[in-house]
Design a protein around this ligand. Structure first.
Ligand SMILES: [Zn+2]
Length: 312
């Protein structure tokens, strides 16, 4: 793989609420320069925002300094279109191709979970390993796959999305107790996806279903750590639900490491418990931790973009 680590790359992390903008002088290092609200409703305003950022911060750099973008939503390798429900401005636009023309520089674009996986595979917890999966345990569930340093973009821009596809279970056996699982309609249109149970919101849904209690994921996790039996039941169910599809993903892809991002990645005992559970269910028995918290839980977008912008 050819990696150009010597030149500067502008990096942008675009979410539904904010654009974070920075400059990378070498792969894995990004200086954040600006943060502004995302003009999510207007393509023209979005382009203007990027033009302003580049001209404000580009005076001392080559005029064709590339821009690498991490964005919310799915990036189609076929059409280049970004499907981001919270950024309607992107609809109908081939983001990389159009911005390359308008901004007169190379512009590359990848999904934010994919950028997190790229960051971890190149300069994070999966550095130098042949197969790295990045999983996001945030509000919901997402993921990305990097093989031999290259992002697997997948047909239609979808690969490593282990949070979708129906879970066939309608009940679980948790600590000798039979619990019924609600069948929830997912944002993707299917019913019963892990995405509805496996992130922080999912944990809260399970707790509400099992105990009729509206607790935050933080409250449930600290209750679990303090030995609260209701929280323990919710966590046990959550660990079962999340570890099973994760084990399937491991058996299919054969990762050297799975690196976790998203809000729940900051809870080390939770990730350790999930890792232990996961490793009992994989065909290959990993002797070392397989699932670990990421190095770039908060900066995965920008750091991943700094890698993306240097890839061929
Ligand atoms: Zn779904």
């Amino acid at each position: 793989m050819m990696v150009n680590t010597g030149t500067a790359v502008f990096c942008a992390d675009i979410g539904g609420s904010f654009i974070k903008f920075g400059l990378s002088r070498q792969q894995g290092e990004v200086t954040e320069l600006a943060k502004l609200p995302t003009p999510a409703e207007s393509w023209d305003e979005f382009v203007l925002a990027l033009q302003t950022l580049l001209s404000n911060h580009g005076a001392s750099l080559a005029a064709d300094t590339p821009l690498a973008i991490s964005t919310a939503g799915l990036v189609s390798p076929q059409s280049g279109e970004v499907m981001a429900t919270n950024i309607p401005a992107f609809a109908g636009h081939n983001l990389a191709a159009e911005l390359t023309q308008i901004l007169k520089r190379k512009v590359s674009v990848a999904n934010d979970a994919d950028c997190f996986a790229l960051a971890e595979a190149h300069v994070g917890e999966g550095q130098g390993l042949p197969i790295v999966i990045g999983v996001i345990l945030g509000t919901g569930v997402g993921g990305g796959i990097v093989i031999n340093g290259q992002l697997v973009r997948g047909h239609g821009g979808v690969a490593g999305e282990w949070g979708h596809g129906a879970i066939t279970r309608t009940e679980l056996l948790v600590e000798g107790q039979r619990v019924t699982l609600p069948r929830l309609l997912c944002g993707c249109g299917q019913t019963g996806c892990l995405d509805m149970y496996g992130g922080a919101r999912g944990m809260e849904r399970l707790h509400l279903e099992f105990h009729q209690l509206s607790h935050s994921s933080h409250q449930i996790i600290s209750g679990w750590q303090d030995g609260n039996t209701q929280c323990a039941l919710t966590l046990e169910a959550w660990l079962q639900l999340v570890s099973e599809p994760l084990a399937l993903l491991v058996n299919i892809i054969g990762p050297s490491k799975i690196v976790v991002g998203g809000g729940l990645a900051t809870v080390a005992p939770l990730i350790a418990a999930l890792d232990q559970r996961l490793r009992t269910q994989t065909l290959h028995k990993y002797s070392q931790p397989l699932l670990v918290p990421g190095k770039y839980v908060n900066q995965g977008g920008l750091v991943g973009a700094s890698v993306l912008g240097r890839q061929r």
